[in-house]
Design a protein around this ligand. Structure first.
Ligand SMILES: Cc1cc2nc3c(=O)[nH]c(=O)nc-3n(C[C@H](O)[C@H](O)[C@H](O)COP(=O)(O)OP(=O)(O)OC[C@H]3O[C@@H](n4cnc5c(N)ncnc54)[C@H](O)[C@@H]3O)c2cc1C
Length: 316
């Protein structure tokens, strides 16, 4: 991997603390064929992409500083939207790809249960039957035996283990490589997996902050609008205009407490809260000059990233 100064010395300071800027190609520099891959971002999208590229025999370096939305204490890999009972597109294939990859690194707690109000059941039944997703009805509850929850931090550590890692922030992105906040240029083809913090690379997409309540009571994967799994209850949704480090509002915490109480049948023992920002794009895989954007998974990063990583590999 080559490094060294390029032709952009004066531009570094301008971008510090803001989203990285996608620069036009300087004359004569394009992503070299057979180049190293630079995966920017070490959340679930970056970790899954980097693992897939490495296992395909490609040389990969992961660049990231900070954490991001994937560092939640618990994530549900839930293929059915809790508000309307609508399975996400390709739910079965996505679950299969996620389970096949993740079971190598962490225990998967199979079986998520949605509590469905009586007036909503006919619609849910029809949509579930149409989707072909394995499911069973038990009283007022919809059981999804192939859906699961897991501990993301252990999963990320497993996916990233053994891969070269640079702890830095990318401040500029250009066809052929990236500029880091320490002044270095790393050459390679880029896979941009920057999530919400890196949302400025392409226009479009939607940012939504949200929180989980951390509780003493362990949950078993029950969902009634929000989920209770492990020691977490969540999540809340708060639209954001631009990325900033989120903190939960008093209203969000009150809403989550009420939801936890409804799920558990008694007031929860609250230990704390965890907040992050989601980033949704219509399509999470797009070509950009010198590489690919692999980002914008919204609320379903843990479900969809492994399936979309297969598509990323197919396009490389
Ligand atoms: C409250 C809440 C609850 C959620 N619950 C679930 C759930 O149960 N199940 C589920 O599937 N999803 C859930 N999600 C959504 C899920 O967290 C996201 O879909 C997923 O984390 C997105 O992963 P990502 O890798 O794209 O982004 P991120 O996890 O945000 O990772 C992006 C990475 O890129 C790095 N980065 C960004 N810009 C730069 C730069 N310029 N230079 C270097 N590094 C950079 C960041 O530091 C970070 O490491 C939840 C989200 C929230 C907020």
């Amino acid at each position: 991997m080559a490094s060294g100064p390029g032709g952009w010395p004066g531009k570094r300071a301008a971008a510090t603390g803001s989203s990285p800027v996608l620069l036009p190609a300087p004359a004569g520099r394009t992503a070299p064929k057979g180049a190293d891959f630079l995966v920017v971002g070490a959340g679930i999208a970056g970790a899954v992409a980097a693992r897939a590229l490495a296992e395909a025999g490609l040389r990969v370096t992961v660049i990231a500083r900070g954490t991001g939305a994937s560092h939640a204490p618990v994530a549900v890999v839930n293929p059915v939207r809790a508000k309307r009972g609508r399975p996400v597109p390709e739910a079965g294939a996505a679950l299969e790809a996620a389970a096949r990859l993740y079971r190598r690194y962490v225990p998967l707690r199979f079986g998520l249960t949605h509590r469905v109000p009586p007036e909503a059941r006919p619609g849910w039944r029809a949509r579930l039957a149409e989707s072909g997703l394995p499911h069973r009805w038990r009283g007022d509850a919809l059981l999804l035996p192939t859906a699961f929850w897991l501990r993301p931090r252990r999963l990320l550590a497993g996916l990233l283990a053994g891969l070269p890692r640079v702890r830095a922030r990318v401040v500029f992105l250009e066809p052929g490589g990236v500029w880091l906040d320490d002044g270095r240029f790393l050459a390679g083809a880029v896979v941009w997996a920057g999530g919400a913090e890196g949302a400025g690379v392409l226009p479009g997409g939607r940012l939504t902050a949200g929180s989980l309540l951390l509780v003493a009571e362990p949950g078993d994967g029950r969902i009634a609008g929000v989920f209770h799994a492990g020691g977490a209850v969540g999540g809340s949704y708060r639209p954001l205009v631009r990325f900033s480090e989120p903190t939960p509002t008093a209203g969000e915490l009150a809403e989550l407490r009420a939801a936890a109480r409804a799920l558990m049948g008694r007031p929860p023992t609250v230990l704390g809260a965890w907040s992050a920002v989601r980033y949704r794009r219509a399509v999470p895989l797009e070509e950009i000059p010198g590489g690919f954007l692999f980002s914008g998974f919204g609320s379903t990063g843990f479900l969809m990233a492994p399936l979309w990583a297969r598509r990323l590999l197919a396009r490389i």
